[in-house]
Design a binder for this molecule. Structure first.
Ligand code: PLP
Length: 404
C-alpha cells in the first residue's frame, strides 16, 4: 500500500509495507533439482566429508572461475581468513594492516591468529584501500597487509601488490565482496599471495556456509589444506598447527549448484540494480555504481545519504525497518570504534562514510515491484523530512541497534 499521510508510516501506526522482511542478503536459491542431483551423489560415493569428490570438483571449478592455479575450500570465510593470516604472517611480527570499515569480526579473526589489527582509513570514492593509506602504517611490527575489498567497488589491488613487493610484507586479500570481479580486466582471485571468499548463504556463491581461498602458490594451498584437516601431512604425521575447518560434501553440492547458475543470478542482480538507479533518481543520495567495463556481481545496492535529508542515516533506517525494509548501516560501527584499544585512532573518512551510508535490500527475495515500493517510500520520506524530523525527535523514537 502506498503511503499518503505521515500516519501511514508503520513507525507511526500505519501497516507495514512488507509482511515478509526484505533483506540485504543475496540468499540465492539454485534450482531444487540441480542441488539434489549433486547431493544424491553422496549416496553413491558414500563420502560425506574429508576432501570428497564434490569438494574436489568445487575447488577445480572455483580455480577456473578465478583463473588461478589452485583453490582450497573451508567451512567458512572466517576460518579461511584465520588460517591464511596465520600461514602468511611474517614470523615474529605482530600487526596486520587493514581497514576499519569492514566485516564486523575481522579484528577478532586477526586476534585469533595471534596478532593485533592496525587500522587504516578508506578512499572516499571507492570505500576501498590503497598503498598510500597503508604505507605510513608499515613498521618493523607489520606481519601482513590485509587488503579488503569494499562492497560494490574494488580496493587498489595492483598498487598494494607493488607495496608488498617493495616492503617484503606478504599481501592477502579479503575478496568476499569482490567475488566474480575484475580489475582492468584481470580476474579477482590471483592478486597478492592469496584471496579469501565466503560461501555463506548471503554471498554470491551460496554454500549454506563455507569459504575458500584462491592462490597461484601451490605450497601455500597444500599447507592450508593440511591446516584445515588437523595438520596431518599423512597418516600419523602432523606437520602444521591444524584444526578442523573442512568443507563438507553437502555444502559443496549447494555451492556447485549455485556456480551452475551464475548467469541467472547476475541477470536478476542487474535488473534490481538498474531499477534502483531509476527509482532513486531525484533524491539527494549517492548510489555507488558498478564499473560497466569490468565483470561484477551487481549484488549489493549501497547509497550514501547527503545532508539535505536532514534526518540521520539511522533515523531513515528506523523508518524503513518499521516497514520491514531491512536496509543495513554500512559497516557500522567501524572496527576502530567497536573494538577496545583504539581510543586515539581517528579515521575521518571511515567515520563520515559509516555514519551516512547504507545497504538497501536486494537479492533473491527482492523483486522489481519491491524496489519500486522501497524507492517510493524513500521519496515519501524525503518529501516529508521536516515533519518527520520533528516527530522522530519529539516522540523520542530512538533507533535501537540490532545485530545483523
Ligand atoms: C568482508 C567479509 N569477510 C569475511 C566474512 C566472513 O565470512 P563467513 O561468514 O563465511 O565466515 C564476511 C562475512 O560476512 C565478510 O563480509
Amino acid at each position: 500500500m502506498k503511503k499518503r499521510y505521515i500516519d501511514d508510516l508503520a513507525l507511526f501506526g500505519g501497516s507495514n509495507l512488507f509482511d515478509i522482511p526484505k533483506p540485504t542478503s543475496g540468499l540465492y536459491r539454485p534450482s531444487e533439482e540441480r542441488f539434489l542431483s549433486y547431493a544424491r551423489s553422496l549416496f553413491t560415493t558414500q563420502q560425506l566429508t574429508n576432501n570428497g569428490p564434490l569438494v574436489r570438483e568445487l575447488e577445480k571449478r572455483l580455480a577456473e572461475l578465478h583463473g588461478t592455479a589452485s583453490c582450497a575450500t573451508f567451512c567458512s570465510g572466517f576460518m579461511a581468513l584465520l588460517l591464511s593470516i596465520y600461514a602468511l604472517a611474517l614470523p615474529g611480527c605482530t600487526e596486520v594492516i587493514m581497514p576499519s570499515a569492514t566485516y564486523r569480526r575481522m579484528a577478532a579473526i586477526v586476534r585469533w591468529a595471534g596478532m593485533e589489527p592496525c587500522f587504516t582509513d578508506i578512499d572516499p570514492q571507492t570505500l576501498g584501500v590503497n598503498a598510500e593509506l597503508f604505507r605510513p602504517l608499515i613498521s618493523t611490527k607489520t606481519a601482513l597487509l590485509l587488503g579488503v575489498h569494499p562492497i560494490v567497488n574494488m580496493s587498489a589491488a595492483e598498487d598494494l601488490e607493488m607495496l608488498s613487493a617493495e616492503s617484503g610484507i606478504p599481501l592477502l586479500f579479503d575478496s568476499v565482496e569482490a567475488a566474480y570481479g575484475t580489475i582492468a580486466g584481470r580476474k579477482i582471485g590471483g592478486f597478492g599471495r592469496a584471496e579469501v571468499f565466503s560461501m555463506h548463504a548471503s554471498k554470491f556463491i551460496n554454500g549454506f556456509e563455507g569459504g575458500y581461498i584462491t592462490t597461484n602458490d601451490l605450497e601455500l594451498r597444500d599447507k592450508l589444506k593440511r591446516m584445515e584437516a588437523f595438520g596431518f601431512q599423512k597418516r600419523d604425521v602432523i606437520t602444521e598447527l591444524g584444526c578442523n575447518a573442512k568443507l563438507n560434501e553437502l555444502h559443496a553440492a549447494m555451492s556447485l549448484a549455485c556456480l551452475d547458475e551464475i548467469e541467472e543470478q547476475l541477470r536478476h542482480n542487474k535488473i534490481i540494480f538498474k531499477r534502483y538507479k531509476s527509482g532513486l533518481e531525484g533524491l539527494p543520495l549517492h548510489l555507488f555504481k558498478y564499473a560497466t567495463n569490468e565483470t561484477r556481481t551487481w549484488k549489493n545496492v549501497v547509497v550514501k545519504f547527503e545532508e539535505e535529508w536532514e534526518l540521520t542515516r539511522d533515523e531513515l533506517l528506523q523508518l524503513l525497518e518499521a516497514e520491514n525494509i531491512l536496509a543495513r548501516p554500512y559497516y557500522t560501527p567501524p572496527l576502530h570504534i567497536a573494538e577496545q584499544g583504539f581510543v586515539t585512532t581517528v579515521l575521518p573518512v571511515t567515520e563520515a562514510i559509516t555514519a551516512s551510508t547504507c545497504v538497501l535490500p536486494s537479492g533473491t527475495h527482492v523483486s522489481e515491484q519491491d524496489v519500486d515500493i522501497i524507492s517510493d517510500t524513500l521519496h515519501f520520506i524525503y518529501k516529508h523530512r521536516q515533519m518527520l524530523k520533528v516527530m522522530l525527535r519529539e516522540k523520542g523514537h530512538m533507533y535501537e541497534k540490532k545485530p545483523l
